[in-house]
Ligand binder design. Structure first.
Ligand SMILES: [Zn+2]
Length: 306
């Protein structure tokens, strides 16, 4: 399976910053060791172009991001200090989702070992998100005539508020978000389907709600491509999650999402989104299993076609 990584574009963070930047390189190492990529299938994405970004973001916002002229308030809202490397990293991470969409259309499944930056709005960043990779990739696929309709399946524990706001009036992209009702962002936007869970929701509650919403989203969207945000933060030991979903529950989530798409013939680009487990190895483990599940379906498809 083709996998795109951008972890060597490191964004410098001050000592003690709570964003687990290390998860990305650990994840690439785990994925490489898992042997799910043929030689040459682990690739560095190109950065997204201004043209691709401007299908989603306001020109003045992009200029201020690139030039480093965001206000202190805007920088605080993003949660990362500004640097040229932050800009490059954001463009590469979004490029990974775009490249993963292209690869998924060819192979059925693919993954970006970053992305899922769903809190970025057209005119502002938020919650460690500068550019909205899902919206950029979906609009690119549409503009290039590669997919008339795209569904964004966001299972990160935080609502995909930026994605919902950007794509709300766009009939070519269907947005689905399952998230903690009381968690960040505290002011929710309106996705095409929102499933809000109470604090402490366990595997049964999470999976039951997911199954119903997912079915509805896949039916209503008539999508030719899915972007799946496989956030690791619904996990019970996540510092920012507030839910009680186990690793086994998240494996079942991956199975449900990926196999439901496969049954309908919808290719899937998997992206990572959040993950803030007390032990970063748990976050990496959860992400790695999502990718392994997707890769097992690529092999299935190839075997079935042989
Ligand atoms: Zn999250």
């Amino acid at each position: 399976m083709k996998v795109f990584y951008s972890d060597h574009f490191v964004l410098p963070l001050p000592e003690g910053h709570r964003f687990p930047m290390v998860k990305y390189s650990l994840l690439r190492e785990r994925v490489a060791a898992a042997g799910i990529c043929a030689p040459g299938e682990m690739r560095v994405p190109r950065p997204v172009s201004d043209e691709e970004i401007l299908r989603v973001h306001e020109r003045t916002y992009l200029r201020r991001v690139v030039e480093g002229t965001l206000t202190q308030k805007e920088i605080r809202r993003i949660g990362f200090p500004w640097s040229e490397r932050m800009v490059e990293r954001s463009k590469r991470a979004s490029g990974g989702t775009l490249d993963a969409c292209r690869a998924a259309l060819e192979d059925g499944f693919s993954a970006n070992l970053a992305g899922g930056t769903h809190h970025a709005f057209a005119n502002q960043g938020e919650g460690y998100c500068v550019l909205n990779d899902s919206a950029i990739a979906a609009r690119a696929m549409h503009a290039e005539g590669l997919a008339r309709r795209v569904v964004v399946l966001d299972t990160d524990v935080h609502q995909g508020n930026g994605t919902a706001a950007i794509l709300r009036a766009d009939p070519s992209v269907f947005t689905f978000s399952i998230h903690g009702a009381k968690n960040f962002p505290f002011r929710k936007e309106e996705s095409d389907i929102d499933v809000a869970l109470p604090d402490g929701a366990d595997d049964a509650a999470f999976l039951d709600a997911l199954a119903g919403g997912l079915e509805e989203a896949l039916e209503a969207s008539k999508a030719e491509l899915a972007i799946y945000l496989a956030g690791a933060d619904p996990y019970e030991d996540d510092r920012l999650g507030r839910l009680c979903v186990t690793k086994e529950g998240l494996v079942e989530r991956d199975r449900l999402v990926l196999e439901s798409c496969r049954e309908r013939g919808i290719p899937v680009a998997v992206t990572m989104a959040g993950g803030y487990a007390r032990n970063v190895d748990d976050t990496v483990d959860i992400h790695c299993r999502s990718i392994q599940r997707a890769a097992s379906l690529v092999n299935y498809k190839k075997a079935a076609g042989a």
